[in-house]
Design a protein around this ligand. Structure first.
Ligand SMILES: Cc1cc2nc3c(=O)[nH]c(=O)nc-3n(C[C@H](O)[C@H](O)[C@H](O)COP(=O)(O)OP(=O)(O)OC[C@H]3O[C@@H](n4cnc5c(N)ncnc54)[C@H](O)[C@@H]3O)c2cc1C
Length: 457
């Protein structure tokens, strides 16, 4: 039996980062991955391929929709979907190969195969039995299917299927108006696909601030998406010629394909949790304490497999924290300052509390907002849609929430992340010099606006 200090099961952004951290700290580490490539959902069928396609289609859309205004005219602008997919695959294979390299560099031993817990300190992978004083579960999540509409990845698509369509569909139905659905819907809409979305709740992107959700509904509607909010798909069938959905409202929708984007659930199939006594909650998430320890003390769990937002950077932070805790450090993860981003155009990025959460918590707050049309740099790039909204606690002036809809929101949000993590006040942010002309000036102005001191609005 091969012996290690730590066995990591799963090589997504939670698992591979934890494995490297542990090796850097001097532990003898094994990482077991069932797929041929490392990197998990994020690198293979999640964050990275979706962003590659979003970038490609954004270029296309900018030239097609706005080129003329800039004085750029293309006689014949066409899409070569095969090349777009090839580029996406090249980016993915480069990055997953990079993790192989990092494993070798850091002397992480990689095993390919499905891991199954044997005892609290041993794991079976194929014919091999591995032993370690600590085991870290990082087996991630999988897309949820509707019972009456199983994925076939041809007509009924999960996010994985939607990342590799052989041709641009004429009409895509979407079930769920969450981040993953709207990102992938945007990819195809920019290439000419008609998008019709059914959402159970009364708003799009439910976890975001309500005002942000409302603004996004208007933006996506203007872009051409159709929404059926507060509605439910109760039946569906897929045939040779397309798909048909029946809604609770009795309407029938027809399309070439349907993307089912109703969420993801923790993945622990075949992991042997019950055998060794690792407990899960009713949603199937592995239960952990504040130190990522499961109900079995030698076994830890992180990432999509446990409670919290299903985000790659959250999984990575937890992976590092879990290893540091195993090594005897004291670690407290600042969950409130974990940002959440949607890479549509405009982008959306949020950190901290929404206005509703702050009010529900009984906090007295100040809210400052600035539209991007007041920001010169956004005027230059033609990205005037959206706003920055900042929420400060009245008593302390601490910045407790930042919500951005606008150009490069994904990059700008980190100013809010640091402010929340370090307990900065809204005026600390307002008084920091922001280069001109930049879109980040909107953050300074929104911070000033919370004190009715905005200059440009
Ligand atoms: C389309 C899409 C886009 C996304 N975009 C973003 C984004 O922009 N930003 C963001 O932060 N998040 C994004 N996410 C979410 C992100 O991908 C996940 O939150 C993240 O991958 C979770 O990391 P993880 O390490 O917990 O699990 P995963 O990345 O799911 O990795 C788990 C790994 O464990 C392996 N595994 C499972 N069981 C076993 C077993 N028994 N033995 C061996 N191996 C096993 C799996 O094969 C997998 O490789 C996106 C997800 C999707 C689907």
């Amino acid at each position: 039996m091969e012996k290690f200090d730590l066995i990591v099961i799963g090589s997504g952004p939670g698992g591979y980062v934890a494995a490297i951290r542990a090796a850097q700290r001097g532990l003898k580490v094994a990482c077991i991955e069932k797929e041929k490539t490392l990197g998990g959902t994020c690198l293979n069928v999640g964050c990275i391929p979706s962003k590659a396609l979003l970038h490609s289609t954004e270029y296309y859309h900018k030239v097609a929709a706005e080129g003329k205004e800039h004085g750029i005219e293309a006689k014949e602008l066409t899409i070569n979907l095969k090349q777009m997919m090839k580029r996406k695959e090249k980016i993915v294979s480069g990055l997953v190969g990079g993790i192989d390299f990092l494993f070798k560099k850091n002397k992480v031993t990689r095993f390919q195969g499905e891991a199954c817990l044997s005892t609290p300190t041993s794991v079976q992978v194929g014919e091999k039995m591995l032993e370690a004083s600590h085991i870290l579960l990082a087996t991630g999540s999988e897309p949820i299917a509707l019972p009456f509409l199983p994925f076939d990845e041809k007509r009924v698509l999960s996010s994985t299927g939607a990342l590799s369509l052989p041709k641009v569909p004429k009409k895509m139905l979407m079930i769920g108006a969450g981040v993953i659905g709207l990102e992938l819907g945007s990819v195809y809409q920019r290439m000419g696909t008609e998008i019709e979305v059914v959402e159970l709740l009364d708003r799009v992107t439910p976890p975001f601030d309500r005002e942000v959700s409302k603004a996004l509904y208007k933006i996506f509607t203007k872009q051409g998406m159709t929404f059926h909010l507060k509605n439910k798909v109760i039946a569906g069938k897929a045939g040779k010629d397309g798909v048909e959905l029946t809604l609770e409202s009795k309407e029938t929708l027809k399309g070439d394909v349907v993307l089912v984007a109703i969420g993801r659930r923790p993945y622990s199939k075949g992991l042997g949790l019950e055998k060794v006594g690792v407990q899960t909650d009713p949603q199937g998430r592995v239960k952990i304490d504040g130190s990522f320890r499961t109900s079995v003390p030698s076994i830890y769990a992180i990432g999509d497999l446990v409670d919290g937002p299903m985000l790659a950077h959250k999984a990575s932070e937890e992976g590092i924290a879990a290893v540091d805790l195993i090594c005897g450090d004291t670690v407290v993860l600042p969950y409130l300052s974990i940002p959440n981003v949607m890479y549509t155009w405009p982008e959306v990025a949020c950190v901290g509390m929404t206005e509703e959460e702050a009010r529900e918590a009984g906090l007295e707050i100040r809210v400052g907002k600035i539209p991007f049309k007041a920001i010169p740099r956004a005027r230059c790039s033609g990205d005037e849609e959206g706003m920055v909204k900042i929420i400060g606690e009245k008593a302390t002036d601490r910045l407790i929430g930042m919500h951005i809809i606008g150009p490069n929101a994904s990059e700008m949000i980190h100013e809010g992340v640091i402010a929340i993590q370090e307990g900065l006040t809204v005026l600390d942010v307002a008084h920091a010099s922001h280069a001109h002309p930049t879109c980040a000036e909107a953050i300074k102005e929104a911070a000033l606006a919370t004190h009715n001191q905005a200059i440009h609005a």
